[in-house]
Design a protein around this ligand. Structure first.
Ligand code: ADP
Length: 167
């Protein structure tokens, strides 16, 4: 069975992330989207919130599982005996960081290859930080994130409680 890992901060999940996840699901038997808890970034959403947003957005995609991990990606790949790590590449500025990460993972756990998928033209300039910025100022983000989670992202970033974390 081929298994792909789609790791990231997902702070929050965007349609760009979802596009990469669904394309990975077309290529592999099983895909695990893993929210990495230990990223150096200072996230706007908790790991549980990010996990729940993804869970609610991938429920229609067969063979896609969501998980969280606090540790090295290479160790998670070994734990799951992963075939590949799938990452999305937007502009050239992503490349240096992604290349460094792929080489590091490869030196720690050579069995798992990294595969890069070019961003969909429509989502080329879409990032979690752009979504957070637009939502904070109360503008509509429904064309940037899955519809099911748009209101809850907006609510949290405008200082309101999130009502539906799961389901
Ligand atoms: P990280 O902090 O690990 O970079 P992100 O949540 O920012 O986590 O991104 C996770 C993955 O999704 C990365 O491979 C990133 O390049 C990819 N990605 C982010 N936004 C897009 C997008 N708009 N289109 C395609 N891939 C994307």
């Amino acid at each position: 069975m081929s298994l792909a890992i789609c790791p990231g901060s997902f702070d929050p999940l965007t349609l760009g992330h979802l596009d990469i996840i669904s394309r990975a699901a077309n290529m592999f038997d099983h895909v695990v989207v893993v929210v990495m808890a230990n990223s150096g970034k200072n996230p706007a959403f908790t790991v549980q919130e990010r996990y729940a947003f993804i869970q609610r957005s991938v429920c229609d995609l067969p063979g896609v599982e969501v998980d969280t991990y606090d540790g090295l990606l290479a160790d998670y790949c070994a734990l799951r005996d992963a075939t590949a790590v799938v990452r999305g590449l937007r502009v050239m500025s992503d490349f240096e960081y992604e290349f460094q990460m792929a080489l590091t993972n490869n030196s720690l756990h050579a069995k798992t290859e990294t595969i890069f998928l070019p961003a969909n033209r429509e989502y080329m300039f879409l990032s979690s930080s752009v979504v957070r910025e637009i939502a904070r100022y109360g503008r509509d983000i429904s064309t940037f994130v899955p519809r099911a989670i748009a209101a809850d992202i907006q609510a949290k970033l405008c200082g309101k409680e999130i009502k539906h974390e799961c389901g």
